[in-house]
Write a protein that binds this ligand. Structure first.
Ligand code: APR
Length: 260
């Protein structure tokens, strides 16, 4: 009788293309607050005031104080064993793929191979990239990117703490965090990339998310509907636990290195 951990390891070992959905729980062991745990960000802040376009309109100074605090927390945080395990998994697969002749579609043209691993992260802290992961889709944007409220220019070469009200060097208008706020839709290119990754994968991992915010929360259910095995790693049960092929309850930093 294989244990759930062994089953998860086997599924990972045999998967050709893995899609990973991560949430705040994977960064918790790096010292970054989650949103809905006890003491989480939404316990100490009103979502309406700091994470909606209306809140920004009403009091941009308060919103920038909130995001400057999140930038500072992200700056001093380091990737934890969970981030590093995913980066190692990708590096190992990319290395293996290089050794295999690229499949062609019979006309000598290499047809596009699905990516060995795609991380769809709801996190905005940049820790997956910091850990070395290359194929990362930031569903909700990044605290390291800012966007001009007038010309839409996106830039990310900024000091950790921005002036309390930063302005666009190109057109002088107020800058906002390049973050998807409640009531806003995700970037269409990001949505497309996520949908392709969910469709193309043959294994879906869900790590450290309460799976309550759409559209991210729908991806594990879409994967299941397409007959793909789903492995969940989370500190507590979530709506995904009931449909997961394997649901591992515990800390991502301890479990992930074991299964990858
Ligand atoms: N290891 C594994 N899971 C953990 C750990 C850990 N060390 N610590 C916490 N968790 C779990 C919690 O039990 C919870 O189920 O991670 C989950 C974090 O859930 P949330 O705080 O709701 O964060 P997330 O799911 O990423 O929120 C989604 O909501 O507020 C918006 O845009 C924001 O991206 C965010 C989205």
């Amino acid at each position: 009788m294989t244990s759930p951990m062994q089953k998860a390891s086997e599924l990972v070992a045999h998967a050709a293309s893995i899609c990973v959905l991560t949430g705040a729980g994977i960064s918790a062991e790096s010292g970054i607050k989650t949103f809905r745990d006890a003491g989480g960000l939404w316990e100490n802040h009103s979502i309406e005031a700091v994470a909606t376009p209306e809140g920004f309109e009403q009091n941009p100074r308060l919103v920038w104080e909130f995001y400057n605090a999140r930038r500072k927390a992200a700056k001093v945080a380091s990737p934890n064993p969970a981030h590093l395990a995913l980066a190692r998994l990708e590096q190992g697969r990319l290395h293996r793929a290089k050794q295999k002749p690229t499949a062609t579609n019979g006309h000598g043209k290499a047809h596009r191979q699905p990516q060995p691993i795609t991380i769809l992260t709801q996190n905005v802290d940049g820790l997956h990239q910091h850990a070395g992961s290359q194929n990362v889709v930031e569903l909700h944007g990044s605290v390291w990117k800012v966007r001009c409220t007038r010309c839409g220019a996106i830039s990310d070469d900024h000091p950790v703490e921005l002036p309390v009200l930063p302005y666009c060097s190109a057109c002088g208008a107020l800058l906002r965090p390049h973050i998807v706020w409640f009531g806003e839709s995700l970037d269409p290119g990001v949505l497309d990339a996520a949908e392709v990754a969910v469709e193309e994968c043959d294994l879906f991992l869900v790590i450290g998310t309460s799976a309550v915010v759409q559209p991210a929360a729908s991806y594990p259910f879409i994967a299941t509907r397409h007959g793909k095995p789903v492995i969940e790693v989370n500190k507590e049960k979530t709506p995904v636990s009931a449909i997961a092929t394997v649901s591992l309850i515990g800390l991502a930093g301890e479990i992930l290195p074991k299964i990858v």
